[in-house]
Design a protein around this ligand. Sequence first.
Ligand SMILES: Nc1nc2c(c(=O)[nH]1)N[C@H]1C(S)=C(S)[C@@H](COP(=O)(O)O)O[C@H]1N2
Ligand SMILES: [Mo]
Length: 527
Amino acid sequence: MSLWRGLGLGLLATAAGLAVAELIVGLIRGSSSPVVPVGQEFIDITPKWLKDWAIEQFGTNDKAVLVAGALIVVLGLGAIIGVLAVRGERAFAYALTGAVGVMGAWAVWLRPEPTLGKFMPTIVGTAVSLGVLWWLSPRPGPVDDDTGRPVVMGPDRRQFMMGAVTIGSAAAVTGGIGRVLQQRFEVDTDFVLPGQASAGTSATEAGDVLVDAADVVIDRAPSIAGAELGVDGIESFVVPNDDFYRIDTALVVPQVARDTWKLSISGLVDNEVELTYADLLERDQVERHITLSCVSNPVGGDLVGNALWQGVLLKPILEEAGLQEGAEQLVSRSIDGWTCGSPIEAIMDGRDAMLAFGMNGKPLPAQHGFPVRIVVPGLFGYVSATKWVTDIRLTRWEDFDAYWIPRGWSKLGPVKTMARIDTPRSGRDASGVVPIGGVAWAVHRGVSGVQIRVDDGEWLDAEMGTVPSADTWVQWVYDWDTSTVAAGRHAIEVRAIDGDGEPQPMEPKAVAPDGAQGYHRIVVETS
Ligand SMILES: Nc1nc2c(c(=O)[nH]1)N[C@H]1C(S)=C(S)[C@@H](COP(=O)(O)O)O[C@H]1N2
Ligand SMILES: [Mo]
């Protein structure tokens, strides 16, 4: 009996605390439920093997699984606390609740910019949990004259049930209101960038400043005519924003308002620079198709995409700041504290390394780094593509190790030459003339050829789309006549040859420490 009441009480006290925390999050901009910073710290300290395992098991749902896991742990602790409370161990129950609260606060403290507002959900939530425990658990009353022991006070069965129902409903309503209020803080990405106005619109709003598109110099992207081969099943040359892969360590997508956003550039420079969003929109801009890929992309994987990026080149900005002798690494930091180190050469050698604010003609979506991210053609995302970037520091290699470096990844991360078969899918039946096709990339070196081979036979040249630069992937296709082979199972492999004539290496390698290697291979059944 008291066990069930204890479990109920504990879950109720925890749920009430979490619900009130959600409400506070909806009231205070930038705050978050304690579950988030705790989960975030957990992400940051998990060993690589566990992280790899989680990504393998849950793919890009790993974050949802982590949050669910954290909730289960908190509710489990709550249940234990409730049982302690009804069994007369109230001091212990309070202490344990307090300890959970302190852990939440500790995690907030470890996150970037721990302001008082960020502690509030944890503090108030913990206080509410304690209040519920106090209210609905038996507590010692005045001493009984006859027995000389304190009388047990607190709710009887009926009062407990009433209290539970009241608190339960109040928690549901409070949490719901909190969730609704939180939507206020989602950034507005629904505006028009310079040069993207539809006919009739001439000016674009950028924060408080109006940037007249007519005053802005935009170096437009070269034509992509001929890039799309029109073969069913091949990933489109430009991946729409909603379909673009997403990889980052952020448990909740940072909501960074464009009118308060600033980028500071410091370290080994003559003059420190600070840029606002409006400053960027007024500068000369470029629009470029660039393929972004993740170092964790396995052979044949889809953590790669090509988009039209709009932004300002980093090189002239760094030249204005005055790069000092010895600067080797550009360390960029995002608002949530994630860091990234890129080689200075890659920023300064004339390639289109940029501070990007546009993606496929629209402001960057929040999950792809609104308001501003870095894009550097030819480097994996973890060493170049900082989203929600707020800080750039010029240093030496030996002076700073960015986020992924102590976690077993290489300091340098040039994109490896890779080809992928998108169609047909492995395991399919094939007969007649079957287009075998996909995408291939060797970002910034370019792809000079794509070849397939059937059952370890001769390499056969595929047809390729026409691409605007060496910085994008290419679509390729080979029309395979299945009547040239015996009916049965056949293995098909693909390889790309980069712009320097270097074929993609055959020997398979794992993604760590600097990107997967090897041929993508499918098996089809011909009849
Ligand atoms: N702030 C921040 N930026 C980040 C990351 C991150 O974890 N945090 N991950 C990087 C990695 S590993 C990759 S592959 C790219 C992915 O960018 P996308 O999500 O827009 O595809 O973002 C990079 N930028
Ligand atoms: Mo990545």
